[in-house]
Design a protein around this ligand. Sequence first.
Ligand SMILES: C[S@@+](CC[C@H](N)C(=O)[O-])C[C@H]1O[C@@H](n2cnc3c(N)ncnc32)[C@H](O)[C@@H]1O
Length: 324
Amino acid sequence: MKQGLLFPDLEKEKRLYPRAVNVASVPQRSPFRYPGGKTWFVPTFRRWMRSMQSKPSVLVEPFAGGGIISLTALFENLVERAVMVERDEEVAAIWQAVVNGHANWLARRVLEFNLTRDNVIRELSKRYKDCKAVAFQTLLKNRTLHGGILAEGSGFLKHGENGKGISSRWYPKTLARRFENLSSVAPRIEFICGDGFQVLHKYARRQDVVYFIDPPYTAGGKRAGQRLYKYHQVDHERLFGICERLKGDFLMTYDLAEEVKQLARAHSFEMKPIAMTNTHNAEMTELIVGRDLSWMTDAPTIREKRAAYRTRAKKIRARSDKEK
Ligand SMILES: C[S@@+](CC[C@H](N)C(=O)[O-])C[C@H]1O[C@@H](n2cnc3c(N)ncnc32)[C@H](O)[C@@H]1O
């Protein structure tokens, strides 16, 4: 049986929303090549931030991963501070090292390291307590393991780019420059190795805070998050519930799955499709969820039979109309 399209109106002969962003046009500021990384989302993120009436003071990113969105917000002065939260201790080691003032140490270490398969294996077999040394190990893994995947079961790059194998994603000068640049924004980052949910609760009442929420995609569809991340279990229902209580605005990115759409409907959030290109250069559609996505003028709001995606403002207006 042929599977029906999720958004038949959007996917007929002519697309109604823009093509995927060419990520080459976006400054790469993160030292990670991160599975599920959101470099492609940067232009949309900028538009969201610029659509706000007043500049928020803080961006909270409760599932920070490679952190490209927080870094963009800091480098482009879209916020004063970023709070980045990541549960994976290895990923966290890099952010902790940067925040603790070791970005230049990491830059030097990258330039000194002679990347051969034997040297990588030797370095990764060492047990370090020093956070910056663990950070360097994480970087090595991220740059030499297939797909940058740190989760258990990942293997070394075999052929890589241009048949260069294990070193095909190791660009020492570029990586060193990224670390050096990071040292300039490090004082504006608060990094927490912990649970993004707790941090959302902590900031929930602040009006000057905005949230970029990019959880592992495990709420249906291909359940991609399970093989990509060590920590992939997320209570998506609870996450949507917390989002409803946030005083500041938020955006969530999800895969385009029925479960996600149902959650968004249940919480009266808006959704819009967005095109992205995956690592295999295949164009895919993901889902943006938020309270009010009217600033995304070039993408249609998804409205299905149950037109339940009302923003809080619209709900209040409807209620007071009723009461009149
Ligand atoms: C989709 S990735 C984020 C990618 C990121 N936006 C980027 O551009 O690189 C989701 C991340 O959430 C992390 N994670 C999972 N559960 C978490 C939790 N409860 N608190 C904080 N981080 C969590 C995973 O380790 C993973 O790095």
